[in-house]
Design a protein around this ligand. Structure first.
Ligand SMILES: C[S@@+](CC[C@H](N)C(=O)[O-])C[C@H]1O[C@@H](n2cnc3c(N)ncnc32)[C@H](O)[C@@H]1O
Length: 289
């Protein structure tokens, strides 16, 4: 299980300052071209996880989320542990290609570190629409030829699937795992989240897998949900909590693996312990042959 990074105190993040899976000694530099006038979900999530790749505007918004949702620390870490258990399960099941949509900033226990620990030949493509992820990912992956990071928007699934860097690394005629972990709640109803998954499903070979987690309205106090959604109205992507039934629709055409769509900490837990939040659902599903 990953451990928490210490919270950073600097006002501006630096690129190349994260620990490198490749051992790259790229010098630290400031990312350019980033909008620091509005919070972004990637930088806020980094702050929640204790990272230092965030700006004052992100930290202020993240603090407001923590006020609205006292469970925030548990939510982000239980989601992260779910992601880590999910990709280890998939790698151990023989999946050696991973498309991680809505990757977030590199932290400890990244997907490529886990799956290449199981199978050194496993390939991983990280996709995020926040340019800071590419800036940091490049430094982290400088010498890892089986892993790449792409700036793209999953609301254009055909565009993502046609991206040359993705086509170069992943072979969709063989089973692949497509990860939508804590990202679909940034896709609005009008943007058809289930339709986005369907577009990926249509090119996935039999035996492929889907892993997905999502914030839910089934459980949490409605006032907390409303207050949290209100903070993200000023962010580059609004956030939307959904009922379990709407999250289930995203698994259409796949067969859920046991124990199904559950609270992420109930998905094949590898530790004991009580989790008090109820704000998420997560599951893994297989595309039948
Ligand atoms: C909460 S983080 C989740 C990170 C990681 N998947 C995890 O669960 O630990 C959500 C990420 O999704 C990204 N994201 C949001 N909307 C997106 C979109 N339309 N296309 C690609 N990435 C998106 C954000 O930039 C952010 O980095």
């Amino acid at each position: 299980m990953a451990t928490r990074n210490p919270a950073g105190a600097s006002d501006e993040p630096e690129v190349g300052g994260t620990s490198s899976a490749s051992g790259s000694a790229e010098p630290k530099r400031r990312p350019t071209g980033l909008d620091t006038s509005r919070p972004t979900p990637a930088r806020m999530y980094d702050y929640f996880l204790g990272g230092k790749d965030n700006f004052p505007v992100d930290r202020a918004a993240a603090e407001r989320v923590k006020e609205a949702t006292p469970d925030t620390y548990e939510i982000v870490w239980e989601n992260r542990y779910f992601l880590q258990r999910a990709v280890r399960f998939l790698a151990e099941a023989g999946i050696d290609q991973f498309l991680d949509l809505g990757t977030g900033l590199p932290t400890q226990g990244n997907v490529h570190e886990i799956v290449q620990g199981v199978n050194p030949d496993a390939r991983v493509v990280y996709v995020d629409n926040d340019p800071i992820v590419l800036a940091h990912g490049r430094a982290l992956l400088a010498e890892n030829a089986r892993t790449t990071v792409v700036t793209a928007d999953m609301r254009d699934p055909e565009g993502v699937l046609a991206h040359p860097d993705i086509r170069e690394l992943l072979d969709f005629s063989r089973p692949v795992a497509v990860l939508f972990v804590a990202v679909m709640h940034f896709i609005q109803d009008a943007e058809d989240p289930a339709g986005i998954v369907r577009t990926f499903r249509e090119v996935m070979a039999p035996g492929s897998y889907l892993a997905l987690s999502h914030l839910t309205t089934d459980g949490p106090d409605p006032a907390m949900v409303k207050a949290t959604e209100a903070v993200y109205e000023n962010a580059t992507s609004p956030i939307i909590f959904r009922p379990k039934a709407r999250i289930e629709e995203m698994f259409d055409g796949f067969e859920l693996v046991e124990p199904g769509l559950v609270r992420p900490w109930e998905w094949r837990p590898d530790t004991d312990g009580q989790v008090s939040t109820n704000a998420l659902f997560g599951g893994i599903a297989r595309l039948a042959g």
